[in-house]
Design a protein around this ligand. Sequence first.
Ligand code: NAP
Ligand code: GLV
Length: 329
Amino acid sequence: MTAKIYVTRKLPEQIISKLQISYEVRMWAKENVPVPREVLKKEISMADGLLCLITESIDEDLLQIAENLKVISNMAVGYNNIDVEAASKRGIRVTNTPGVLTETTADLTFALLMATARRVVESSNYLREGKWDTWSPMLLTGQDIYGATIGIVGLGRIGEAVAKRAKGFDMNILYYNRSRKPHAEKELGIRYTELNELLKVSDFICIMTPYTPETVNLIGKEQLQLMKKTAIVINTARGGIVNETALYEALKDGQIWGAGLDVFTEEPVDLDHPLLSLANVVALPHIGSASIKTRMKMANLAADNLLEALAGNTPSCLVNGPQLDTYRK
Ligand code: NAP
Ligand code: GLV
């Protein structure tokens, strides 16, 4: 019998055709609507392979009915939407799409940093709302980027790519990471500091860790209190790494100067969310990797990972290799 693949969102024809060569492919054919949980439950119970997005929570509840499932291929580098432990104990392989989105996400991170520091969105709205009467000495003044100090929390692929961009702006670059990165220190001339020290001295604090039990609320009230009054927090990693209630209070009270957020604890973020009421917040709808070329690369890599796993080979982006004694074939 032909093995079955379920794809949880409409993907370009060329990706689906590649999967159809050897497999029966079913797909949630809508572009901007996530697959309903009940549909996913039914489909996953029949699938050998799943190609999913970060919008799907692949948890114990789903995996216990996924009796034939051999691989979960996430079209994202972050995979906190998947219960990897629950998948591993069933011998289900989990893959992601690292690398292909690094530069695009670093570009967006830097764009967000610049937009927040120089009040780009607020200034554009000011003009469009007919408020621009004259050039004024202190009108819509922001923070300097060139020569400022940036503290990168999580110096992985994207963190390092952000550091390279910061170098072009002659910034003083600090980083905090779970492990030291001697190669980056040497090549980029950046300096490791403990988290609290980084928070105290940085003008920009850029969050680039994955979302894990260790990074939930990594930046909360206590950490925000250490920051300069002129500090700007940039989060393009995951909502929940920065505590949103504490961030709102800090921004509202002028304890820090601004925040650029591409990610939120609940996505899509509720329009009534307090953070969206603040002029010193630039908010984006999770578009870090959203360039046409990069999204195609991610879709292709996710498809290739899926095909490799179903063919019984080791996919190039296997997340749970070490946790699997044996895997479903
Ligand atoms: P990566 O290469 O794995 O980098 C993550 C870095 O975080 C690693 O250097 C890691 O340290 C460090 N880290 C992990 N846990 C830590 C902790 N508890 N304390 C301090 N440092 C810690 O991943 P990446 O490709 O750069 O992606 C990073 C994250 O960005 C993803 O997980 C995803 O959530 C997010 N992302 C968002 C978008 C978007 O659209 N906004 C796009 C892409 C990615 P070690 O080196 O010691 O492991
Ligand atoms: C996007 O958020 C990703 O993790 O790729």
